[in-house]
Design a binder for this molecule. Structure first.
Ligand code: NDP
Length: 300
């Protein structure tokens, strides 16, 4: 019987995971289908429960469910535990294990963004959802000493900061209200900016006006569709030191998930090529995938 893997999110049509995961499964000779499953919140618990069935190899979890899935699985790995977010689920018999492959993937992306320079110590993070948790965790473990988190709903950023509590006691990890004047001041003190909000996903919007961006900033946008987001275009125009979209992180979180589900080494170059082709087709407007949705708006 063909096995199933599902990407659980709401919306999911923007995702390019199916393109790279299906190619990797086929190349490895694994009889499994990777499907996109649009799951609104009221159905989430039932869908997660259903993953216990033998036909499932596992799942990916994406916006806006990464945190909500945490209490629905039976065991968390260290990375899932230390972020309070799950993006990959595997099965141990009927038990579900929650992993967070965004964590190692963000580290790969951050190292690439910084390149040969000394790892910076100061960052601004926009967004406080599941993706932001992997980002903040990654910045803390990379030795950042000042990380300011802005979120549209301040209480969520405050919750994130509280969550990291003791692990960030040696540094300044702060939540601040989303006011452009405050963001501008903090950006002027920071070396790295990470957009972990979903603003810009499938749209030409930026979470912040380009005028707020100082020169010489290293800017990472977790959004990868479109490839050059408005934020990244504005950062380039402001003479950013480096810019990167979410493609590399997407590739590496996917490769790590593939290895967890299959026990096989991920065909990284094949997955990279699939992703590249899907993004190029998207940019050329030739996508056969479902239409890119408008920015997720309030996912709650
Ligand atoms: P969540 O749904 O958990 O969080 C969404 C975040 O976006 C929240 O901080 C939310 O703020 C914010 N947001 C949404 N709409 C707006 C808006 N109109 N104005 C300001 N803020 C807004 O999603 P994730 O954290 O899982 O994902 C966030 C983004 O990061 C997505 O675009 C996702 O695709 C991307 N991502 C990419 C990865 C990669 O591998 N490249 C990995 C992980 C994430 P609020 O709390 O106030 O609603």
């Amino acid at each position: 019987m063909s096995k199933r893997l599902v990407l659980i999110g709401h919306p999911v049509a923007h995702s390019l995971s199916a393109a790279m995961q299906q190619a990797a499964l086929d190349a490895a000779g694994i009889d499994a289908r990777y499907e996109l499953l649009d799951v609104p919140l009221p159905e989430l618990a039932d869908v997660i429960e259903g993953l216990r069935g033998d036909e499932f190899l596992g799942a990916n979890v994406t916006i806006p469910h990464k945190e909500r899935v945490v209490p629905m699985v039976d065991r968390l790995t260290d990375d899932a535990q230390s972020t309070g977010a799950v993006n990959t689920i595997t099965r141990e018999g009927r038990r579900l294990v929650g992993h967070n492959t965004d964590v190692p993937a963000f580290k790969v992306a951050l190292d690439e963004l910084v390149g040969r320079q000394k790892m910076p110590r100061t960052a601004v993070v926009l967004g406080a959802g599941g993706g932001a948790r992997a980002v903040v965790h990654g910045l803390i473990t990379a030795g950042f000493l000042r990380v300011i988190v802005f979120n549209r709903h301040l209480h969520r950023a405050e919750g994130l900061v509280r969550f990291f509590g003791k692990g960030a006691a040696h540094m300044e990890l702060k939540a601040m209200p989303w006011h452009e004047s405050i963001i501008e001041v903090e950006l002027s003190k920071a070396k790295v900016l990470v957009n972990a909000s979903s603003v810009g996903l499938g749209s030409d919007e930026s979470p912040i006006p380009g005028e707020l961006l100082p020169p010489e900033l290293m800017v990472m946008d977790l959004v990868y569709r479109p490839r050059v987001t408005r934020l990244l275009a504005d950062a380039e125009a402001a003479n950013a030191a480096a810019t990167m979209n979410g493609e590399l992180m997407l590739l590496h979180q996917g490769a790590a998930a593939f290895e967890l589900w299959t026990g096989q080494t991920a065909p990284l170059e094949l997955m990279r090529a699939q992703l590249d082709a899907a993004l190029a087709a998207d940019a050329a407007g030739q996508d056969t995938d479902a239409a890119v949705p408008a920015a997720a708006g309030d996912p709650a």
